[in-house]
Design a protein around this ligand. Structure first.
Ligand code: SF4
Length: 453
């Protein structure tokens, strides 16, 4: 129940397929080191299942696992060295676990992608085993459950802790609104108080501003990076070229800000597709929506002196809505399709935008609801398993949808027919009804109907 599980600094292209697997591999190596297996190990075998097996190469899950085995973390790994590190492992057929225990390693035999098999709990399963010669010493199953969150098989049945200690406990949107009303506080204030369970006030503020700084660096890097996206589809980057056109353009077009919102989203998602540093918001695939809307707010609507408060309140409000989805549905494309990634980010951004525009809590809830209502059923069908088409453009579309949802909600008094809780439940059941081919497997939708010109 902390928003810092939704906003994580990591690398692209995918939170569930890159960030999560890297953390899993690092956690596993740390565990076997603690268990004093290091002197005995002669082999390590990693098996990727379900969506990770089907689209792991496109999402760079294989690379992420290797980086994690070496002891890297998504927040700190040097993205400029990744290619060199991986080439080194391949050329030497050897890997150094946590950068200290060297063993033989070949991609073909020791990193296996099961394209047709899944593990029971979630589409993104990983099994890691270690051996002494032919004898298995230890193995463990993990799941990457979305947004870079990971869980091991033995943690699945453990009771969730923490919630009862939160100053403002709530399990759905209705209870969240009730707490705000009864205590006469905003959603941002409520979440801030709850976050104090985990961090000091100063730490919360500095962490939120760190997240914002990484988001702005990501936008800036995207605007300054030209060329072709990696992965083989030969998709040209657009943010750089569009920025060159827009930056000196003088126009009286009142909708010119739309180009900028689109541009910010494209910049972030091109960085993500290039494996560069991004913030999950709440996932990598959907990482452009919240920064795009917040950049619009900061660059077009806010005085310089108001900036910090606007940024922290925006992220706190967006985070509050994201937690509702994480708790009561899913934020994993492999679990519920793209409605759980782009749809959730759109809903989070709409709520935060409405809050910025001075909405009541009922209007904020309405904005979040409208944004998800019109993403229901959105499938996940990335071409070639790469987080490029439709993902990059989809973020730009969703960022504008979030702004629109906020404005629609502001024009009403907050009374509406479908509640946010209902739409969250609908998203989840729709996702569960969705065929697996539409859930980050690249076996349906655009991924199969796309024909190269
Ligand atoms: S289609 Fe949506 S859920 Fe699937 S990889 Fe792209 S952004 Fe993520």
């Amino acid at each position: 129940m902390t928003i810092f599980n939704l906003f994580k600094i990591g690398i692209g292209p995918s939170s569930s397929h890159t960030v999560g697997p890297m953390i899993i591999a690092k956690n596993f190596c740390t565990l076997i080191k603690e268990k004093e297996y290091f002197p005995l190990i002669t082999r390590i075998k990693i098996e990727l299942y379900g969506s990770l097996g089907a689209t792991g190469v496109g999402h760079q899950s294989d690379i992420a696992v290797l980086l994690g085995l070496l002891g890297n973390h998504p927040k700190t790994v040097d993205t400029t060295k990744i290619e060199e590190i991986i080439e080194n492992i391949k050329n030497k057929s050897s890997i150094k676990l946590l950068n200290e225990k060297a063993i033989n390693f070949t991609m073909k035999e020791d990193l296996i992608l099961h394209k047709m098999h899944s593990l029971p709990f979630h589409q993104n399963g990983i099994k890691i085993s270690i051996y002494n010669l032919e004898n298995e010493l230890f193995s463990k199953i993990y799941y990457s459950v979305g947004g870079g969150e990971v869980i091991s098989e033995d943690e699945i049945t453990l009771e969730k802790k923490d919630e009862k200690f939160l100053p403002y406990n709530y399990s759905n949107a209705k209870e969240l609104l009730k707490q705000c009303k009864e205590n006469k506080i905003t959603i941002a204030q409520l979440i801030f108080e709850n976050e104090k369970i985990y961090k000091s006030e100063d730490e919360i503020k500095s962490s939120l501003l760190e997240i914002w700084n990484v988001m702005t660096e990501c936008v800036t890097n995207g605007l300054n990076s030209d060329g072709i996206l990696p992965g083989g589809l030969n998709v040209p980057k657009r943010a750089y070229r569009i920025h060159q056109k827009l930056k000196d353009k003088r126009t009286i077009d009142p909708l010119a800000f739309v180009d900028w919102i689109n541009l910010y989203a494209l910049a972030v998602n091109e960085e993500n597709a290039s494996g560069k540093r991004v913030v999950t918001a709440p996932t990598n695939g959907a990482a452009g929506i919240i920064p795009a809307v917040l950049h619009y707010v900061i660059n077009f609507l806010v005085n310089k002196e108001d900036k910090e408060k606007v940024i922290t309140d925006f992220l706190l409000t967006a985070g509050a809505i994201g937690l509702l989805y994480q708790r009561n549905a899913s934020i994993s494309g492999a679990d519920v399709g793209c409605q759980g990634e782009v749809g959730v980010a759109c809903s989070m951004a709409a709520a935060a935008m409405a809050e910025f525009l001075g909405a009541t809590i009922e209007q904020i809830e309405n904005a979040a609801e409208i944004a998800m209502e019109h993403n229901l059923g959105l499938t996940c069908d990335p071409i070639g398993g790469l987080v490029q088409i439709p993902c990059i453009e989809r973020n730009a579309m969703a960022a504008m949808k979030a702004v629109n949802a906020a404005r629609m909600a502001l024009n009403e008094d907050g009374t509406h027919y479908v509640s946010l809780d209902s739409v969250i439940k609908t998203m989840f059941t729709t996702g569960k009804d969705m065929q697996n081919k539409y859930k980050e497997t690249s076996k349906g939708g655009l991924a199969v109907h796309y024909v190269e010109c």
